[in-house]
Ligand binder design. Structure first.
Ligand code: 2U9
Length: 341
C-alpha cells in the first residue's frame, strides 16, 4: 500500500498543468470521486488495523499535496483570466479562423473572357471612365440628336454637356485608334454607366467587354470566326452561334450575337423565353466614318467590333436571376464562386 501511495505521489508531482483543460484533467485523475487518491482511501479498509494509522497519515499527506497543487494552479489561471479581462482581452477565446476570400464572379468571368481573346492575339486597353463627347459619341458616329446622348441615358458631369460618364468602352477603342496605327487588335473590359432605374435586369453601373480589330482586308467572316471560337471556348463546344441583323451608329452592317440556350440546349425554356436562343452582345463592321474620325484611311483599312455585357454573360453562365446580387456584397452569394482559369 505504501508503494502505491509513493507511486501516486510521484504521478501528482510530475503531472504537467499548463492549461485549464489539464487542470481539470488533474482534478479528475486524482481528486474526483473516482480519482486515484480517493481510490487509495477506499483501499484503507483492507489495511491491517495495526498499520492503518501510519498508512492513513501517508494518505492524508498525499491528499493534501494533490489539493495544494490543484489550488495553486486554480489561482494561477484565475489571476491570468482577471488580468486578461482588465486588459480587455480574453486569451481563452477560440481564435478567429483566417478565411480565404474568393474572386467576385464578374471579375472571374471578365478574366475568362479576356484570356480567350488574348490567346487569339488581342491586347488589353483601358481608358477614362469620365469621357468627353467626342470619344463617347461623336467619333463613334452618333448623330447630334441621337437619343443615347440625352439626359435619360447618360450621366453628365456638373451639367457640362461635353463631359459624361462613359456609356460604353468603345470610347477606349477610339483612343486606341487615335494613338496607334493598324493593325489594331484590342479588347477593352471596363465599367460603364447609364442613367437607368435599378432592377433585376438593369443597373446604372455595369461592365462591358468590347473588341476591335482593324487591318487591311478584315471581313465579316473574320468577325464570325473570332466570335465562333470565343463562344465554343467560353460556353462549350456544342454551343451554337447565330447573328441577327441589327443597327448601331458605329458599325455597318451590324448584328446581335445569339447563342443556343445553355439551359435547354435550344429546346426552349423559361431562360430563353422558349426561343432556344439567348443574346450575348452585339457586333459589326466598323463604320468607315468611325475610321476616318480617328484618321485611319477607310479605303485601305477595315475592321470589326463587338461588345458584350459581363453581367449578362455571368448571369447566363451561373444562372443568376437578379443583377442586384452583384453589388449587394452578400458573402452567401459571393462565396459560391471559385476561379478555375
Ligand atoms: C469602335 C467601333 C465600334 C463595339 C460594339 C456592340 C456592337 C454592342 C452592346 C452589347 C451589350 C453593349 O453591354 S452592352 O449593352 N454592344 O452591341 N458594341 S459593336 O463597336 C465598336 C467599338 C469601338 C471604335
Amino acid at each position: 500500500m505504501l508503494d502505491k501511495i509513493k507511486g501516486v505521489s510521484e504521478e501528482i508531482e510530475q503531472f504537467q498543468i499548463d492549461t485549464k483543460d489539464s487542470l481539470e484533467k488533474f482534478r479528475l485523475t486524482f481528486i474526483s470521486k473516482k480519482g486515484k487518491v480517493t481510490e487509495l482511501f477506499d483501499l484503507l479498509k483492507q489495511v491491517p488495523n495495526e498499520e492503518k494509522r501510519a498508512v492513513g497519515a501517508e494518505l492524508n499527506v498525499l491528499k493534501n499535496a494533490a489539493q495544494a497543487k490543484l489550488l495553486h494552479f486554480t489561482e494561477v489561471f484565475e489571476q491570468a483570466a482577471s488580468q486578461n479581462a482588465s486588459s480587455g482581452k480574453d486569451l481563452t477565446l477560440p481564435g478567429i479562423p483566417d478565411l480565404n476570400g474568393t474572386r467576385h464572379p464578374l471579375s472571374m468571368v471578365r478574366e475568362e473572357i479576356t484570356q480567350i481573346f488574348e490567346r487569339m492575339g488581342f491586347n488589353l486597353s483601358e481608358g477614362p471612365e469620365i469621357e468627353d463627347d467626342w470619344h463617347n459619341f461623336t467619333a463613334l458616329n452618333f448623330p447630334l440628336n441621337h437619343p443615347a446622348r440625352e439626359m435619360q441615358d447618360t450621366f453628365f458631369i456638373e451639367k457640362n454637356p461635353d463631359i459624361a460618364l462613359r456609356t460604353h468602352t468603345s470610347s477606349v477603342q477610339v483612343r486606341v485608334m487615335e494613338s496607334q496605327k493598324p493593325p489594331i487588335r484590342t479588347l477593352s473590359p471596363g465599367r460603364v454607366y447609364r442613367n437607368e432605374a435599378i432592377s433585376a435586369r438593369a443597373h446604372c453601373v455595369f461592365h462591358q467587354v468590347e473588341g476591335l480589330y482593324i487591318d487591311e482586308n478584315v471581313s465579316f467572316a473574320d468577325l464570325k470566326q473570332t466570335l465562333y471560337h470565343f463562344v465554343k471556348e467560353m460556353f462549350g463546344k456544342d454551343t451554337k452561334l447565330r447573328f441577327r441583323p441589327s443597327f448601331f451608329p458605329f458599325t455597318e452592317p451590324s448584328a446581335e450575337i445569339d447563342i443556343s440556350c445553355l439551359i435547354c440546349k435550344g429546346e426552349g425554356c423559361n431562360i430563353c423565353k422558349h426561343s432556344g436562343w439567348v443574346e450575348i452582345g452585339g457586333s459589326g463592321m466598323v463604320d468607315p466614318n468611325v475610321l476616318e474620325n480617328a484618321k485611319i484611311d477607310s479605303k485601305k483599312y477595315s475592321g470589326y467590333a463587338f461588345g458584350m455585357g459581363i453581367e449578362r454573360i455571368t448571369m447566363l453562365k451561373y444562372q443568376i436571376k437578379d443583377l442586384r446580387l452583384f453589388t449587394e456584397n452578400d458573402v452567401r452569394f459571393l462565396k459560391q464562386f471559385t476561379f478555375l482559369g
